[in-house]
Design a protein around this ligand. Structure first.
Ligand code: ADP
Ligand code: MG
Length: 231
C-alpha cells in the first residue's frame, strides 16, 4: 500500500430501487496523500454523499475497498470499522447534526468522552476547540440559539475533537450565505492545514474548491480530475 492516508479502490455502490438497481459508484478510486486536501465538485445526485459515506466507513460498497492509513477496511467487522471511524475520521455535514438538547461545548465534548476522556479532559479539549473557532462566548448556548455559521463552526470543532487524521466534509458550507460560507470554509481549511490532516471536501462552490490542492469530479460513477472534465 502506498503512502495514502485514505484511499478508495474501484468502489462500486449500487442502491436497490423499485425499478432497476441504481449504480451510483462504478469503479471510483481516489487517494488522499498525507496532508492533502482534495475538493469534490459534481452536480446534485451524482454520488458525492454516497462516496463520502463509503469513504467514512458509514456505508459498505458492494465491491472495491477503502484503505485508512493503509488498512483495508472492507472485510472488517462493524465494531472495528466503528473504532477506525471514531479515532481516525472526522465528518462535517451540510446540516450540522448537532444534538439540540446539548450546549455547543457539550456537543464537542461528546466524541471526546466516547473516546474515553474524562469529563474534565473532554471539557478542556472542547473549550480549546471552541476557542479556535471563535466561539468561546457561545459555548453554553444550544444549537438553536446559534446562527448557521456558528452552528457549522461547532460542527467543525466536533469533527476535529478526536484529533482524526482524515476529515470528510459533505457540502459543509452549502447552507450558508456567501460571506459566512467563505469564513467557515477558510476556518475549516486552516484547521486541516495546522493539523496536517488529509481532507476530502464536497462542495458546489468551485471557487472554494480551488483553494484546495486539487479538485475531482464524479463522472459515470468514477472520480476524474475536475480540470479535465468541467461539469
Ligand atoms: P449527491 O450527494 O451528489 O447529491 P447522493 O450520493 O446523495 O448524491 O445520491 C446519488 C444517487 O443515489 C441519487 O440518485 C440518490 O437519489 C440515490 N440515493 C442516495 N442514497 C440512496 C439510498 N439510500 N437508496 C436509494 N437511492 C439512494
Ligand atoms: Mg449530497
Amino acid at each position: 500500500m502506498s503512502e495514502a492516508m485514505l484511499a478508495l479502490r474501484d468502489v462500486r455502490r449500487v442502491y436497490e430501487t423499485a425499478s432497476d438497481p441504481l449504480v451510483v459508484l462504478d469503479g471510483a478510486s481516489v487517494e488522499l496523500g498525507r496532508g492533502e486536501a482534495v475538493g469534490l465538485v459534481a452536480p446534485s445526485g451524482t454520488g458525492k454523499s454516497t462516496l463520502l459515506h463509503v469513504a467514512g466507513l458509514l456505508e459498505r460498497p458492494q465491491s472495491g475497498d477503502v484503505f485508512v492509513d493503509g488498512k483495508a477496511c472492507g472485510r472488517l467487522g462493524d465494531a472495528e470499522r466503528t473504532a477506525i471511524r471514531r479515532n481516525g475520521i472526522g465528518f462535517v455535514y451540510q446540516f450540522h447534526h448537532l444534538l439540540p438538547e446539548f450546549s455547543a461545548l457539550e456537543n464537542v465534548m461528546l466524541p471526546c468522552m466516547i473516546a474515553g476522556l474524562s469529563r474534565k479532559e473532554a471539557s478542556k479539549r472542547a473549550g480549546d476547540l471552541l476557542e479556535r473557532v471563535g466561539l468561546t462566548p457561545r459555548a453554553t448556548h444550544r444549537p438553536a440559539k446559534l446562527s448557521g455559521g456558528e452552528q457549522q463552526r461547532v460542527a467543525v470543532a466536533r469533527a476535529l475533537a478526536n484529533g482524526p487524521a482524515v476529515l470528510l466534509a459533505d457540502e459543509p458550507t452549502g447552507n450558508l450565505d456567501p460571506g459566512t460560507s467563505d469564513h467557515v470554509f477558510d476556518l475549516l481549511l486552516s484547521m486541516v492545514r495546522e493539523r496536517g490532516m488529509s481532507a476530502l471536501i464536497a462542495t458546489h462552490n468551485v471557487g472554494l474548491a480551488r483553494r484546495l490542492d486539487r479538485v475531482v469530479t464524479l463522472q459515470d460513477g468514477k472520480l476524474v480530475s475536475y480540470e479535465d472534465n468541467p461539469t
